[in-house]
Design a binder for this molecule. Structure first.
Ligand SMILES: [Zn+2]
Length: 368
């Protein structure tokens, strides 16, 4: 599951992996304690306020097993040589951040399956352990823990992102089609469908008259699912466009303007040449800066004859000059390394080819 809300509190390390707790954990622990108290009071009558202690113990046991679920993901990933950045426990579950630089569908499938497998194992073990127990409260807690883990395990196996089953579906589609992004998009769509179903569930189950608790729970879960699925869909769509991201194709033809030329003259020259982008050059014709389109447009008409073009240009710093053949992931990495609104694109001999505008890259990534 993936939901990053608020800042997380660091608990410690397990096998070198940092473990964090999101503040939402405490909110949900409180919701579980209060929300399940009536059920416990019905099943264990005569405890008085002690029922709160039992439900709180249940919340702690539930999160301990969620923690083991996440540790199982992390250990499997480490076993495959994938670096794990951390485990975060948050409302309704946890999230293990794994660097999946160049995984294979098979490894992805096994890392994803490891969590639900442990939940189902804990559920089965708690159920078996409850059999010889005769004391009322421990037996009740073990059976509740068994039921909760079976639900967590089964729910996470649903084939919809951001659930583990969604990662598994993604890996299967990836394996069959050979297209990782197709897998992401299919599993993310399934996640959106599941989010809608979960939202409708309390209304369907209660015949149109659901409890407040049921609605609250369904809203929390469906928001988490919808958010995770939509984020995965956006990433999948963007990554599908990466191969088409090409400095050569996206670079705007540019005019070379001497640094001391006024804005009005620069605009006249660019208009004449039929270009939108401008590169500022020194007296020897060497590029020294790239005109910032927003700054240029912000110069009022009547000021344009008096402001030199260098005033609306950003000086070329290291990383602002991109080779013509940079593309895809490499292009994005270069842009992240040196954020700018415009970049100079040069050919193999260092000659100016044009200007790459970040806005054009964004548009290419988000175009449908
Ligand atoms: Zn999981």
């Amino acid at each position: 599951m993936g939901l990053g809300v608020g800042r997380s509190i660091r608990l410690g390390r397990v096998a070198g992996v940092p473990v964090f707790v999101s503040p939402t954990w405490f909110v949900v622990a409180a919701v579980i304690t209060v929300g399940f108290e009536p059920f416990v009071a019905r099943n264990l009558p005569g405890l008085g306020v002690g029922t709160y202690a039992v439900t709180f113990a249940f919340a702690v046991l539930l999160y301990a097993s969620v923690f083991l679920h996440e540790v199982s993901h992390a250990m499997t990933a480490i076993g495959f040589g994938l670096p794990v950045r951390g485990i975060t426990l948050h409302f309704l579950g946890g999230h293990t951040e794994i660097e999946r630089e160049s995984p294979t569908p098979a490894r992805d499938l096994l890392v994803s399956a490891a969590g639900p497998a442990v939940s189902l194992l804990i559920g089965g073990a708690a159920y078996l352990a409850a059999a010889p127990v005769t004391a009322e409260i421990p037996e009740y807690l073990l059976l509740a823990l068994a039921a909760a883990n079976l639900v967590v395990g089964a729910f996470n196996l649903l084939p919809a992102l951001p659930l583990d089953g969604g990662h598994m579906l993604r890996a299967v589609v990836w394996r069959i089609t050979g297209d990782e992004n197709r897998g992401t998009i299919v599993a993310a769509r399934a996640g959106q469908v599941l989010a809608v179903l979960v939202f409708a569930l309390p209304f369907l189950l209660a015949g149109g008259r659901p409890s407040m608790f049921g609605i609250l729970w369904a809203v929390l879960v469906s928001v988490m699912l919808w958010g995770g699925a939509t984020q995965a869909l956006t990433v999948g769509r963007m990554r599908a466009k990466l191969p088409g991201l090409d400095a050569r194709r996206l670079a705007r033809p540019a005019s070379s303007i001497y640094a001391d030329q006024p804005v009005s003259e620069a605009l006249r020259q660019a208009h004449e040449a039929g270009t939108r982008a401008m590169v500022v050059v020194d007296s020897a014709g060497r590029p020294t800066g790239v005109v910032n389109e927003a700054a240029l447009n912000a110069v009022p008409e009547e000021r344009r004859p008096w402001i030199p073009i260098s005033h609306v240009a950003r000086s070329l710093q290291q990383g602002m000059t991109l080779p013509l053949d940079v593309r895809g992931e490499d292009l994005l990495r270069a842009m992240r390394h040196r954020p700018a609104s415009e970049y100079l694109v040069v050919d193999g001999d260092g000659r100016t080819v044009g200007v790459l505008a970040s806005a054009d890259v964004d548009a290419a990534l988000t175009a449908r």
